[in-house]
Design a protein around this ligand. Structure first.
Ligand code: SF4
Ligand code: SF4
Length: 286
């Protein structure tokens, strides 16, 4: 079973909750799909059993032996990646979208396209199962495609190791990488927080999830920081036929656990918040 945990906005505590789920009793494959800013590997410190190169498109490079500095390429680049720097035509690697246009129009054939090959996907073992994660190199694009690659690898690893549960820790936002994270999963969990932006982002995220014929489960994290807004979230969810399957209080022990390199389940297994997370997990799995 593939379970995606997403949030719509950053800072809701989604990754701490995903990590907590990943350290309950059941062995899991955890896949960090936030390939633009992967961080779960820092907490789980997995062994590296495989490393794959991810080809994230192409970038343009100039052969200065052929270039006559005419500037035609700079005039046509829609991404403003080519400029004169100290009178010399220069391509800014991180701005290049890899569209091939400059390589086609350069009158002296000075521009060639090379593959972006700095992004990586890793898989290995952590203390409660297996972990897969991708790291998109700065300036490299197409994170949705890397998310797909991470998910495929997670499925393969789960099958090879007889693990039934895959937890996908999704990226923030509602863009392409999020869509790649939720497409075809069994269950989606949206973690929100009781703020106006939390509610709005949750509503937008629910709409996206519903387009994929999935009914998301909702969790309100740090509900006690704004009980009135938490009630608004409950009310909106009820009116829209959605279930809030749990609300978690703000608990400094969550931060303490991360500081000590553990999840809350590992750090304070008998705390109220750990019991609540256990209960939420049972509801998801029922
Ligand atoms: S179009 Fe070709 S020759 Fe002209 S500045 Fe660009 S790279 Fe150089
Ligand atoms: S490949 Fe496209 S984006 Fe990159 S420098 Fe050339 S024209 Fe600009």
């Amino acid at each position: 079973m593939e379970i995606a945990v997403i949030s719509g906005k950053g800072g809701t505590g989604k990754s701490s909750i995903s990590a907590a789920f990943a350290t309950l009793n059941t062995k899991v494959v955890v896949a960090d799909c936030d390939v633009d800013a992967a961080n779960l590997y820092l907490l789980f410190n997995p062994t590296h059993e495989s490393e794959d190169v991810y080809i994230a498109g192409h970038k343009a490079i100039i052969d200065y032996n052929l270039c006559n500095n005419c500037g035609i390429c700079a005039n046509h680049c829609r991404f403003d990646a080519i400029n004169f720097i100290e009178d010399k035509i220069t391509i800014t690697e991180t701005s290049c979208d890899g569209c091939f246009l400059c390589s086609r129009i350069c009158p002296t054939k000075a521009i060639s396209m090379v593959r972006n090959d700095k992004s990586r996907m890793y898989s290995g073992s952590f203390r409660n199962g297996k972990m897969v994660y991708g790291r998109l190199s700065p300036g490299e694009e197409n994170s949705g495609k890397l998310v797909n690659m991470v998910r495929e690898k997670a499925k393969q690893v789960a099958k090879e190791n007889g693990i039934e549960t895959i937890i996908l820790d999704g990226p923030p936002g509602i863009g392409c990488p999020v869509i790649s994270t939720i497409t075809g999963v069994d269950k989606v969990l949206i973690v929100t927080e009781p703020t106006i932006s939390g509610l709005h982002d949750m509503q937008r995220t629910v709409k996206i999830v519903q387009k994929f014929n999935l009914k998301p489960y909702l969790i309100i994290n740090k509900y006690d920081l704004n009980p009135e807004m938490s009630l608004d979230i409950y009310e909106w969810s009820f009116n829209n036929g959605l279930e809030v399957i749990g609300h978690l209080p703000f608990d400094p022990q969550m931060v303490d656990s991360m500081v000590h390199g553990k999840t809350i389940i590992e750090w304070r297994p008998n705390s109220d918040i750990s019991k609540k997370i256990n209960l939420i997990w049972s509801k998801i799995m029922s």
